[in-house]
Design a protein around this ligand. Sequence first.
Ligand code: ATP
Length: 234
Amino acid sequence: MGKYVAKDAKMPSLVLMFGGTFDPIHHGHLRSALELTQVLPVKKVHLVPCQLPAHRGQPSATAAQRFAMLNLAIQHEPLLYSDDRELKRTGPSWSVDTLESLRQDYGEAQPLAMLLGWDAFLGLPSWSRNERILELAHLIVLARPGQMHEPAEAILQLLEKHELSAGENLNASPAGRILRLSLPSAFEVSATHIRRLLANNLSARYLLPDTVLDFIHQQKLYQPKHSPAVFSSE
Ligand code: ATP
């Protein structure tokens, strides 16, 4: 999938926005964010948990708990930044509003890219003011093993119009291009899988940072609804 762009020697200049429910944050999110800083000249990654997800049901953990888990996960990574701007807004968290706000902070000339997995990208045609998104930012679309469904016609048209061509790079313009990438450590973990493991009293260790897992246990998140019978009397 896509092109792999080696990090160039120039000053880091790209700003990335990585939004999600992060219910909980896991190594799929974290390795993606970190590896992008290693393959592209990135100066900062804003990880932005949503308040109310626009395209799905209510998260299990509260916004404050999801933000706390994000902070625990990234505390030793200087280029990764936990950004609570969507948590300060009310109503659904539209990515386009977040990009408008980042664009205001950084100015018109700043190369800005929104990072999203292939599964999320496939839903783009139904997003609020989606045509504005590529005016505000580039898109970096990550291969996500286990989630590589076929694109609809609208997505194919977007790729035809906006996909970065060989020799081009995202720093050449502030917005408007799409880069597809398959990162070296792409793997299949999802927050749904982690919540299911925990709801079934199974370990989720090694799918997310230990600090986050400890927090989940302390706060009694994602627990089994009914205590399963460990021993049966029959
Ligand atoms: P859930 O299972 O609850 O839907 P999720 O694991 O997909 O959660 P989200 O917080 O919904 O996580 O995802 C935020 C963004 O991270 C989305 O763009 C999604 O495609 C991307 N993403 C999630 N997991 C991975 C992964 N393992 N590899 C690459 N991208 C991922």
